[in-house]
Design a binder for this molecule. Structure first.
Ligand SMILES: *Cc1c(COP(=O)(O)O)cnc(C)c1O
Length: 361
């Protein structure tokens, strides 16, 4: 069996040791005589797994006690719709900074419920930069300000939390959570689908400052209510138990590897290799993102023609480098270098890029 280097943007590569442990425990887990997917979420055995995953995630990301952590289904996109329902009154003003596809999606999910102000938008420039915070048109009375920490498709990322005063900052960290140390206290809410950096698809983490759970929000069913999910330890209904377990294994692996400081170091090294290959190619490979905001997680780039893009993807696949096709919204190539991608994967990609250019440049 050979596992290729998988550059998928999500669902994305997982650590081999995590998959092996899940495989070994698939039929019978922890001496309970059944698989973990076959036992009650309310059993003491599963509750222990769930609590440990939360404790480990708190350690990994540095989440203080005055923040609740929710484990929900529905993906990041569902949270984008639940945020205005939970944090803003009907029709209340909210501010969105749109720095790529996912920021735009987030604003679209909120529009039915609130008065969405696009405080800044870099679409006219092809989402190749993040608008300077000094130029954002923020509303004094906004319920929150929403940003996308890392734009998975356009490959632009915030290097730091922007200062938005006393209005809570809400950030979509789906594709960059745990990729480097962050100061959680700069944010009111951090949310992330797990399938990029935290584990499998099917579970989403919401880290929310507890005082925000007291907001009235707007009329909504219990199942859309963050406060009720927090009060019931994310077990208001049956949570995605298998995904929660796999997330727990992945988080434990990240802690054992040295935590976010170590991943920041590795991720910077991997991204530097790939950007150097692009910038040193004499224009054969092009990344159009402003250098100061280039993503370390997702690197989009282009060859001189769409034909060469397609040949690159096909030849790379034959060489054991998977899922390098760019998102259809931008085309070209995209290499995703999440925490579970080893340095050797980035090295193999760079060496393939050199060879491909030799043969086709
Ligand atoms: C993948 C992604 C999403 C969408 O996640 P779903 O789980 O498909 O809803 C949203 N935001 C960002 C930044 C993403 O990378």
């Amino acid at each position: 069996m050979t596992r290729a280097f998988n550059f998928s943007a999500g669902p994305a590569t997982l650590p081999e040791s995590v998959l092996r442990q899940a495989q070994a425990e698939m039929l019978e887990w922890n001496g309970v005589g059944a698989s973990i997917v076959e036992i009650s979420h309310r059993s003491a055995d599963f509750m222990q797994v769930a609590a440990q995953a939360e404790a480990d995630l708190r350690t990994l990301v540095g989440i203080p006690d005055d923040y609740a952590v929710l484990f929900l289904s529905g993906g990041a996109t569902t949270q984008q719709a639940l945020l205005p329902l939970n944090l803003a009154a009907p029709g209340q003003r909210v501010d969105y900074v749109v720095s790529g596809h996912w920021g735009k999606t987030a604003a679209r999910q909120a529009r039915p419920y609130v008065d969405v102000n696009i405080a800044a938008d870099s679409e006219a420039g092809g989402f190749r930069d993040i608008p300077a915070p000094a130029q954002w048109r923020l509303s004094a009375d906004a319920a929150y300000v929403h940003i996308t920490a890392n734009e998975t498709i356009h490959g632009v990322e915030f290097r730091d939390a922007p200062d938005v005063g006393t209005v809570p900052l809400v950030a979509d960290f789906s594709s960059s959570i745990a990729s480097e140390p962050i100061d959680v206290t700069r944010y009111g809410v951090i949310y992330a689908g797990a399938q990029k950096n935290l584990g499998p698809v099917g579970i989403t983490v919401v880290i929310i400052r507890r005082d925000l759970l007291e907001r009235a929000g707007q009329p909504r069913a219990d199942i859309f209510d963050y406060r009720l999910h927090a009060a019931r330890d994310s077990m208001l209904n049956t949570p995605p138990t298998w995904n929660w377990y796999l997330l727990g294994l992945t988080v434990k692996w990240m802690l054992a590897q040295g935590g976010t400081a170590e991943f920041a170091r590795r991720n910077a090294a991997k991204a530097a290799l790939v950007y150097a290959a692009i910038d040193g190619s004499g224009g054969f490979y092009r990344n159009q993102v402003a250098p100061a905001v280039r993503s370390r997680m997702n690197i989009p780039f282009f060859l001189p023609s769409a034909e060469l893009d397609a040949r690159f993807v096909a030849d790379a696949k034959a060489a054991g480098l998977l899922a390098l096709k760019g998102h259809k919204a931008v085309g070209g190539i995209r290499a995703s270098l999440y925490n579970a991608m080893p340095l050797q994967g980035a090295q193999a990609l760079v060496s393939f890029m050199h060879d491909f250019q030799q043969r086709n440049g």
